[in-house]
Design a protein. Structure first.
Length: 400
């Protein structure tokens, strides 16, 4: 169990989410396991096992820029409501508590997957494996990042449109957080270009591309998906699989639907099938790069009767929208009438890269994952550049 805890502590640090030396990770099996001596904060956290039917607890102050972002977001708030559709579905909201006590933490976690302890950090849990706690921690960092920068852009735009003075303290805080961002992502990582000749080759290129997407921080390891057509099968990542550990998490789903093996495949299997049908490609990547998600939710059509109604927009908006010439479509996960299974394939017929409102990016290509990966990187960089171009415009022309 200790080795499993250390595995996810290493992931926290590698993905820039937290310093593993600051984190506390507890697991209850036949006995209590901890990465630190059971005293002080560790002892207080261990009491939560008596209050909840769980088997792991993860607590840490997040790394920058996440910690500065969270400290800004929680000011005067009792909860944080994520903006992106996937995290809203996963979390609904993130409670903010004031005390580092087992009772208060258990109360918050009894109805949510994670909580923020004001001035302390993030606490999450798992009911089956330590991975669940890691996923919730990662998703909390992702959702707060997206919310902060989306809210910031909307605030600056409001000041710009209404001729209002922007709050100097807010701007100073925003600029300080921007300085803590990682530099632009660049695709210096060559992927296998050779067309696979065996099923083992297919698994290798899927796993290689999945790791590259995580390493370049274009997706949290748990989210996103990937697929490849080889022979008469679609080889696709399983639902809930980690993109950086795909070797044993790929389903071979017959194209003709002759097997039920797809029951464990990604929930977006149907979307992948439809993309292949309209593009003629055989490789698809789907990631959740942060600035692409942020920019997908920005709409200039202020006179729309649904403007600001995120629930409607991410499911039903049919306006033709673009960010830096990249199409943006709506669509929820699944196969219903408002599902992205209907909107993404249609858009990808003319563009091999598409952003889904508040969700993420789909890219496709032929024979290998180099072009889809490069396109995913390029889309995120374009969206990031577009974001700061707009913010600079709003700041430079607002009243001083």
């Amino acid at each position: 169990m200790i080795s499993l805890l250390n595995k996810y502590l290493d992931k926290l640090e590698f993905q820039g989410l937290a310093c593993k030396g600051n984190a506390i990770f507890l697991a209850l099996d036949a006995e209590l396991f901890s990465n630190k001596p059971i005293k002080g904060d560790v002892l207080e956290l261990s009491k939560i096992f008596d209050l909840m039917n769980i088997n792991t607890i993860l607590y840490s102050e997040p790394a920058e820029p996440y910690w500065s972002i969270i400290k800004e977001l929680v000011k005067g708030q009792e909860k944080i409501v994520p903006m992106d559709c996937e995290t809203r579905t996963f979390f609904h909201d993130i409670p903010v508590i004031n005390e580092f006590s087992s009772d208060e933490i258990a109360k918050a976690l009894s109805h949510r997957k994670s909580a923020i302890i004001r001035s302390k950090g993030i606490v999450t849990y798992g009911t089956v494996t330590p991975e669940q706690a890691f996923v919730s921690f990662s998703s909390t960092c992702f959702s707060t990042f997206v919310k902060y920068f989306y809210d910031g852009m909307m605030y600056f735009e409001k000041c710009y449109l209404k001729g209002l003075l922007h709050d100097k303290c807010y701007v100073e805080g925003f600029n300080n957080i921007v300085k803590k961002l990682q530099p632009l992502v660049f695709s210096f990582q060559p992927l296998t270009l050779k067309k696979p000749k065996t099923e083992d080759d297919v698994i290798k290129i899927l796993a290689e591309a999945g790791r590259a997407v995580v390493e370049h921080k274009l997706v949290d390891s748990y989210f996103g998906n990937i697929s490849y057509i080889y022979g008469n099968n679609i080889y696709i990542s399983q639902t809930g699989s980690s993109m950086d550990e795909l070797e044993c998490c790929i389903d071979a789903v017959p194209l003709d639907g002759s097997s039920s093996v797809g029951i464990t495949a990604s929930s977006e299997l149907s979307a992948h099938k439809n993309i292949y049908a309209v593009t003629g490609d055989n490789a698809i990547l789907h990631g959740h790069p942060k600035f692409a998600v942020i920019m997908s939710m920005y709409c200039e059509k202020k006179d729309c009767s649904y403007y600001g109604d995120m629930d409607y927009c991410y499911r039903k908006c049919r306006e033709k929208r673009y960010v830096a010439d990249i199409p943006v479509v709506s669509g929820e996960i699944g196969t219903g009438p408002t599902g992205l299974v209907n909107t993404v394939p249609k858009a990808m017929k003319d563009s091999r890269g598409v952003i889904v409102f508040g969700h993420g990016v789909f890219t496709s290509g032929k024979d290998n994952f180099q072009n889809p990966f490069d396109m995913l990187v390029d889309i995120e960089n374009k969206c990031r550049n577009e974001y700061f171009k707009m913010v600079q415009k709003y700041l430079s022309t607002s009243p001083q």
